[in-house]
Write a protein that binds this ligand. Structure first.
Ligand SMILES: Nc1ncnc2c1ncn2[C@@H]1O[C@H](COP(=O)(O)OP(=O)(O)OP(=O)(O)O)[C@@H](O)[C@H]1O
Length: 231
């Protein structure tokens, strides 16, 4: 289980997260919900060690990770798919995927066969430049890059944002398969409440850098949604 406890997290001198505590159940999807700017991305970045400073504890199956650099967290099995995808446009599809493989065990730094199964388009376009792909294809590529690290935990930041509506469902189905068929633990930041509710086993609700509610998705009441998500 991934646990965070009493996390404060900062960009320069700005404190963004305050006393954040959460247990992320293994093998399940936990949706991180909240309005714009409440700290959802910062929550994921903090788990990955990508903010300027944090205090508090992060443990994975009891092993402390909170003071480890990002690459050790990646090697411990946590992979991050950032908002906006951050594909390198001049690298090919293959090169973009292999960027994720540095965290895989030596001897396994390859494009995983799974990528071809999940993403036939990527399999058939390995030499195409990343910048030529559509938003949906780039999202597939960003997920493929994360899978190249052979993770057990996937952090997904708004994976359906800015993607053509007819492709959104495809991405959603992939995310659900990664969890149900491969058993990946997923932390999903998602503005689309309908998808978050359908996919998520658990939720974490954030407000102003704090977790204000959490639990099983069946416990996400209309009142909580009204209080913390409605504009
Ligand atoms: N690099 C940064 N330096 C300073 N402040 C930042 C930085 N990135 C984010 N912030 C601030 O941290 C706060 C939380 O931002 P964050 O992106 O984590 O929220 P979010 O809930 O993911 O929002 P969104 O849904 O808009 O992505 C915001 O006030 C934002 O302005």
């Amino acid at each position: 289980m991934l646990s965070v406890a009493n996390i404060d997290s900062y960009y320069a001198r700005s404190q963004i997260l305050h006393r954040v505590t959460a247990d992320i159940p293994t093998g399940e999807i936990t949706a991180v919900l909240g309005r714009n700017g409440v700290g959802k991305t910062t929550f994921l970045k903090t788990i990955m060690g990508l903010t300027d400073r944090m205090s508090g504890q992060i443990t994975l199956d009891g092993k402390p990770l909170g003071t480890e650099p990002t690459f050790r967290r990646a090697r411990a099995g946590i992979a991050y798919v950032p908002q906006g995808r951050e594909i390198v446009p001049d690298f090919t599809v293959r090169e973009n995927i292999l960027m994720g493989a540095f965290a895989a065990p030596p001897g396994e730094r390859e494009v995983p066969p799974l990528v071809g199964e999940l993403f036939p388009y990527l399999r058939d376009n390995m030499n195409r430049h990343g910048g030529l792909l559509s938003g949906g294809q780039q999202q597939q590529l960003a997920i493929a890059r994360a899978l190249a690290a052979k993770p057990s935990i996937l952090l997904l930041d708004e994976p359906t944002e800015g993607i053509q509506p007819n492709i959104v469902e495809e991405i959603e189905n992939i995310i659900i398969r990664l969890n149900k068929e491969l058993g990946l633990t997923i932390i999903l930041v998602e503005q689309n409440l309908e998808f978050a509710r359908r996919a998520g086993d658990n939720f974490v609700m954030m407000e102003k850098g704090r977790i204000v509610a959490s639990g099983r998705m069946s416990d996400l009441t209309d009142d909580l949604i009204h209080r913390h998500l409605a504009v």
